[in-house]
Design a protein around this ligand. Structure first.
Ligand code: ATP
Ligand code: MG
Ligand code: MG
Length: 470
């Protein structure tokens, strides 16, 4: 991208999490038409530049404000942090998830003036609950990634409206109780997956978002403005699912559209659109019937309906859910089992602090780092090496439990579909899709004692409040 021509007015607030803030390029239809003309008229480079801008996001790191200036990260440290994120995506997560599912992006250096203006411009759009941290405007570095809410893999669909569903895999970050259970989503059983997705659609909270042409149309921007109006959603989706306006309106129409949406998401999630190394290697065996949550609403519903037997199934090996689940299952030890191993590493580091870099605790995240993660042995030989492998595997698992899955869909005509392209049919429409994963930043080593403390608090709470009642 030509960084010297950056104009903050061409960018807008897109979203943020706890660690980073994302802006996307504003698409104006005039510009878009121009882009197509440029492309058709042959100057490929020019097209590439405009096209790139339109389809990317910039992802900035966030930091706590008004910190003691001595504690602020220097631009070099921020650059190193971003480099670690990119390397981790490129050399580690691509291996686990597969080449096509992961977009590691690249680092971009931006004019400081642009970054400061952009920060001021987007500030009013940010949800209040996220403003405990500021966007980094000191370093000028950011990540440049494809805009996955607009990702169009196939040329013929470039001009078509695009729908994107983001599902955050997170477990246990709920403001209110929900019927959604990740184990249902990851079961590979269509019935359970439908139930999980329907629950998510009913109570999206922070875990489900729907974008149309890159704009959020369903899901929470912050705690206050949580939209979950199915009629409104159906109004947005109708042109995708019933292009010739065959279905009128009303509650029946809404239900049908939501049902077809769930069908499309399920099919996309179960499709295998990639190959990868870890998939062919010896990895954590996923048992056929992964258990239910104690609290699974689906399980209770089944019992209530007098159904006890489920159609047995598992996840197809190539699909993104399978890859995600495999990475999540690298935490073969729970935090209770892991903490003593973490302490062993800590003790060693106290004695030999200079070993921290040799042990690759905070990177570099390269091939060698990946190779060490493949040792799944649970036989503790008392070494630091064993302890460290388990600690790093645990960090990968935590990362995979916190990522977002993005499903981008656009309609296609029958004669546009060939065998190489994944297609899903609904009653009156036909979609082509791409599936990807984002937010794969490795959880820091320091998050382990934090996790341990949290776990202790939960156990204490349970002992005090739940057992006391028995
Ligand atoms: P968390 O608190 O979950 O760790 P984070 O601070 O790491 O989040 P991200 O999840 O990477 O931040 O980004 C925040 C949001 O921005 C995402 O949930 C997603 O909606 C959007 N987003 C991030 N990257 C992209 C992308 N490449 N394309 C489109 N949208 C994106
Ligand atoms: Mg996130
Ligand atoms: Mg994150």
């Amino acid at each position: 991208m030509e960084v010297e021509k950056m104009d903050e007015n061409e960018w807008k607030y897109h979203g943020e999490g706890n660690q980073s803030l994302v802006v996307s390029h504003c698409q104006r239809s005039r510009l878009w038409n121009q882009t197509i003309v440029l492309f058709r008229n042959a100057n490929e480079t020019l097209f590439f530049r405009v096209f790139l801008q339109r389809c990317v996001v910039l992802r900035f790191l966030k930091s706590p404000p008004n910190q003691n200036k001595d504690l602020d990260k220097t631009p070099e440290e921020i650059l190193q942090h971003l480099q670690n994120i990119v390397d981790f995506g490129k050399h580690v997560m691509k291996q686990f998830f597969g080449e096509n599912y992961v977009h590691h992006g690249e680092i971009i250096q931006l004019p400081l003036d642009f970054v400061r203006q952009l920060c001021l411009k987007i500030q009013p759009e940010r949800p209040e609950c996220r403003c405990d941290k500021d966007m980094d405007t000191l370093s000028g570095y950011a990540m440049c990634l494809p805009n996955l809410t607009r990702l169009q893999t196939f040329r013929f669909t470039e001009h078509r409206p695009i729908l994107c569903i983001e599902i955050k895999v997170a477990n246990g970050k709920w403001k209110r109780p929900s019927k959604y259970c990740p184990l249902d989503l990851f079961s590979g059983n269509k019935q359970r997956m439908h139930f999980a997705l329907k629950s998510l659609l009913q109570e999206a909270q922070n875990n489900l978002k729907i974008f149309k042409n890159g704009e959020l149309i369903y899901g929470c921007k912050d705690d206050q403005d949580c939209v979950s109006d199915w009629n409104e959603l159906a109004r947005h989706l109708k042109p995708f699912f019933f292009p010739s306006n065959g279905l009128v309106s009303g509650p029946h129409c809404t239900r049908t559209i939501v049902k077809e949406l769930i069908h499309v998401i399920t099919t996309a999630l179960l499709s295998s659109t990639d190959t990868c190394r870890a998939g062919d290697m010896k990895t954590v065996p996923i048992s056929q019937g992964r258990s239910y949550c104690e609290a699974s609403a689906f399980n209770k519903e089944l019992v209530r309906n007098g159904k006890h037997k489920l159609e047995s199934s598992g996840l197809p090996r190539g699909c993104l859910l399978y890859k995600t689940l495999q990475a999540q299952m690298l935490d073969m030890l729970d935090i209770e089992g892991l903490y003593p191993l973490y302490s062993r590493v800590e003790q060693y580091l106290e004695e030999f602090p200079e070993e921290r870099s040799t042990l690759q605790i905070d990177g570099p995240y390269n091939e060698a780092f990946y190779e060490k993660l493949l040792d799944l042995s649970l036989e503790d030989d008392g070494t630091v090496a064993f302890a460290l492998t388990k600690v790093q595997q645990y960090r990968i698992a935590m990362t995979a439990k916190d990522c977002s899955i993005m499903i981008a869909l656009s309609t296609c005509l029958q004669d546009e579909c060939s065998e190489q392209r994944p297609v899903v049919l609904t009653s009156k429409s036909r979609f082509t899709f791409s599936v990807s994963v984002l937010d794969l930043d490795l959880k820091p080593y320091e998050s382990i004692p934090h996790q341990y403390k949290l776990d202790g608090e939960i156990v204490n709470y349970y002992l005090k409040n739940v057992q006391a009642k028995d």
